[in-house]
Design a protein around this ligand. Structure first.
Ligand SMILES: *Cc1c(COP(=O)(O)O)cnc(C)c1O
Length: 460
């Protein structure tokens, strides 16, 4: 019996796949402060022009530079595994496959875009990158990538995670990155938040504002900002996951009926699912599921509207599902996935009915993660446990219906640096938390002053 499908290095994808070329509804443009589509030039202080070109591209296939391919080859192609031991434990007729992105140097899918972004900044003549990080996965991935190409990297890390997860900071420093708790005294915005709310746990929205301010206020012009999810070019870079998985599923002689990924900003889900959504657009029947925590229900409960990507409203308005740029998530939740927005391409795919969303409470996710660790052996990141819980649900449905479904999910990362979350779960200290209707109403109000996507589409 085969439990892993490995690809030769020569079979690594040579191009990224851009879903924007195939979506039935053309993606809505980002808007500037005047409510009009923003020009590429207006983004130039924040991102290098070669990345902005990818961000707005409608080309279906975009070449992967050989230098980026070489960096990716350190850990790619990643294995596709069949979870036979989990299948047996569940007694399901379903076949469960997972793409194992935990084998990268930083332990998640995030280096796939980090090396591409570091490369494009380097060739554009940039010397320093700034970014934010929540649980620390992205900050460590970008520190690693910057060390490969020779860029300086400064990471604003959400304060509550900075205090709870010192090991991610040590990892960033090992790769030469600098890690600062956010809100910090380094930026005007950070100082303002600290004055207003000295005890704030921080949030990704706040850390993004700080990182953008730090980039655009560097007078040398050699600093840019880098984002680890949400934006179109990040979704693009992650499609190596799904493109490899397509070849590996074919090698296994299978084709997925269900494709699953957890969603924070949407990038690992997009990376696995977009090449399969292309098959779906061409008529194949696939149930594509984006899984989020019940405590941060961006796709299942928040409106699809225009909103800022950060708390200080420095980013353009993006057309996305959003809990509101002022959203500060509850600290009860152990895992990541706590961002207020959702990638515009993922949001649009859900609006177009090409993918659907599912919210799962955290105790069910940890239960699935522990079952996975005790059968397959890999301890998943708490984010990833949402995808596993959804795959377990799908496998149980298949059992109840007596159908042999083929399920594919993305194992976005391992949980070796998230062990305190497991400690809390195993010692019974975690509880479930759902956003109340009143809280969801607050996020609706946060978006109400911004243009309506339907009106913007009519005006195009
Ligand atoms: C960052 C992260 C996520 C969530 O981010 P996406 O952009 O939605 O993929 C999920 N899993 C792991 C392991 C992560 O590090």
């Amino acid at each position: 019996m085969t439990v892993k499908y490995l690809l030769d290095e020569k079979e690594m994808p040579k191009q990224w796949y851009n879903l924007a070329a195939d979506l039935p509804s053309k993606p809505l443009p980002p808007l500037g402060p005047d409510g009009k589509p923003i020009s590429a030039q207006a983004l130039a202080p924040v991102f290098p022009m070669n990345i902005i070109e990818q961000e707005v591209s409608s080309e279906r296939w975009i070449d992967i530079p050989p230098e980026v391919g070489e960096m990716l080859s350190r850990w790619r192609p990643t294995p596709l595994r069949r979870a036979v031991f989990l299948e047996r434990a569940l007694g399901t007729p379903a076949k469960i496959f997972y793409k194992d992105e935990s084998v990268s140097p930083a332990g998640s899918h995030k280096p796939n875009t980090a090396v591409a972004q570091a490369y494009y900044n380097k060739v554009f003549g940039i010397k320093h990158l700034t970014t934010e990080t929540g649980a620390g996965q992205w900050g460590s991935a970008l520190s690693f990538a910057c060390s490969l190409v020779g860029l300086e990297c400064k990471v604003f890390m959400v304060r509550v995670s900075f205090e709870q997860k010192p090991y991610r900071k040590f990892l960033m420093e090992a790769w030469g990155g600098k890690c600062i708790p956010s809100p910090s005294k380094e930026t005007n915005f950070g100082r303002r938040i600290l004055a207003e709310m000295p005890d704030t746990p921080g949030s990704l929205g706040i850390a993004i504002s700080e990182a953008i301010e730090a980039a655009v206020s560097d007078a040398s012009g050699k600093t840019r900002y880098s984002l680890g999810s949400v934006l179109n070019h990040v979704m693009l870079h992650q499609t190596v996951i799904g493109l490899e998985a397509q070849k590996q599923m074919a090698a296994a002689g299978e084709s997925p009926d269900v494709v699953i990924g957890c969603v924070g900003g949407g990038s690992n889900f997009a990376g696995l699912s977009f090449p399969f959504i292309r098959e779906k657009i061409h008529g194949k029947k696939i149930d594509v599921i984006a899984v989020e925590p019940s405590s941060c229900p961006t796709l299942t409960k928040a409106p699809f509207g225009y909103d800022h990507g950060d708390t200080a409203k420095m980013t353009p308005l993006l057309a996305m599902h959003s809990l509101g740029h002022a959203f500060v998530p509850t600290a009860i939740h152990a895992g990541g996935l706590r961002y207020h927005g959702m990638a515009p391409l993922v949001s649009q795919a859900v609006e177009d009915g090409l993918a659907r969303a599912e919210a799962i409470p955290q105790l069910e996710c940890f239960e699935a993660a522990i079952l996975f660790a005790r059968t397959e052996g890999i301890l998943p990141a708490p984010e990833t446990s949402h995808a596993i819980a959804s795959a377990v649900r799908a496998a149980k449905r298949a059992k109840a219906e007596g159908k042999s479904k083929v399920i594919l999910f993305n194992l976005s990362g391992h949980g070796f640096l998230d062990l305190s979350g497991y400690d809390k779960y195993l010692s019974g200290k975690l509880i479930d938390h759902e956003m109340t209707d009143a809280e969801v109403e607050v996020s609706r109000e946060c978006l109400s002053g911004f243009p309506n996507p339907a009106d913007v589409r009519k005006s195009l």
